[in-house]
Write a protein that binds this ligand. Sequence first.
Ligand code: NAD
Length: 487
Amino acid sequence: MLPRMATANPLENGKHEDLDASDLPKILERLRAAQNKSGTPSYEKRIERLDKLLKGVMAHKDDFVRAINEDFGNRAKHETLVAEIFTTINTIKHTRAHLHEWMEVEPRPVSWLFAPARAEIVPQPLGVVGIIAPWNYPMQLALAPAAMALAAGNRVMIKPSELTPRTSETMAKVVKEMFADDEMVVVTGDAEMGAAFSKLPFDHLLFTGSTRVGKIVMKAAAENLVPVTLELGGKSPAIVSEDFPIDVAATRVMHGKCFNAGQTCIAPDYALVPRKQVDRFVDECKAAVAKMYPALKANPDYTSIVNEKHYARLKGYLDEAKAKDAKVIEINPAKEELPSEQHRLAPQLVVDPPKDLAVMQEEIFGPILPIVPYDSLDEAIAFVNDRPRPLALYMFAYDDDAVSKVVDRTVAGGVSVNETLMHFAQEDLPFGGVGPSGMGHYHAREGFETFSKKKPIFYQARLNSAGMLRPPYGKTIDFALRFLLGK
Ligand code: NAD
């Protein structure tokens, strides 16, 4: 039995109706038929679509702030404005500003043997792009890739997360308001809807979510040989080197850890700290949290854990650590009772945890920071390299040699040196994981290319020498081969 899903995107223009998973192929067909009919959209058409998206996001930014806040219980307003609204707008504007350059046809040389023919590469839209989005930045992680896919000339189908239903409905409403139902469509629904969505024969599928579901999605896409971009998760380390001011490192790590209450794919998952500096690092983490959040319970700046399930998961990690006698330090500056129904979890440090604990095995995705002592930088590098390749790596050092050593000898999706999170915000840098943390990129020119076919084209000249390549082979080709291959 297929689930019935509410959606603001009807099959027929202007009519609101429920959709179920069996409606998805019809929606895809509609988008594909429109794309086939219109052909490659012009630069002006793509700009028009980007402008519509920008206008929709700007006009409804308060609706998004409200919806995301309600979905989370409490989502710091500034975190939504920065990490959802600003980031999406910035991506759209950056894409808009560079679109002309990215769309340019690139001439490529032909060998003198083929002269006077010519060759070029033409970026061409793939067709219809599917986007599956998670709940942690529920608007930005759907609409920023959508902007890039539209810029590359595609039509788009989005399946946002069921864990943030108000945001998903707002997105569906805004997209319906701004776009024709054969241009871009949002379909809402749960994991079952996601499973049906990932089985559709898209021209490209971008999935952002967990590594576990990423495997399922890739398998489903493989049935139709749909190319995928997988933006997954994992455990991103922060390495603090001895020469770096420990208070500054603690402040920046705890900022990355507490932003969105740690529910960020590129949040520093754990910190590797020189053994003799661990106690000071702990003290500085406490001081940093107290400065950012003097109180937690009614503080609008401190985001809640998204739901009961994830709150219980994080509590479970802490219970297990305590049961196994790990040193767990709660940072609760005003020493408040935090009612569990609010899903606010105080930041926690787990010092030198046994490596079999869930906090050292699973992606934490919450405000818990394991601190792993190390004795030499080589040991810290080996610790990272013994584990699945992370989505992000953070290195705190002023010593250039130490930075180069870590950057050269580890493989990660992206790196920020002496900071956390910020590489994501660089519009000229591609974003994506490696191995278990993902494959492919979006953002920047690489994002445009992800959603384009770089089509190589060869133009034969009116007068050419290709005739000698056709039988019956005669003296001319013998002479040419003697020249090319030697006697
Ligand atoms: P998730 O994998 O549970 O769900 C993501 C999306 O997939 C949702 O829309 C869901 O409905 C859908 N889905 C669930 N089961 C499916 C199935 N069988 N087939 C197809 N679709 C299915 O992830 P989540 O809990 O929403 O998000 C958290 C995870 O996402 C974390 O691991 C985090 O690191 C990762 N993440 C990665 C990035 C990145 O850019 N690399 C960004 C944000 C989050």
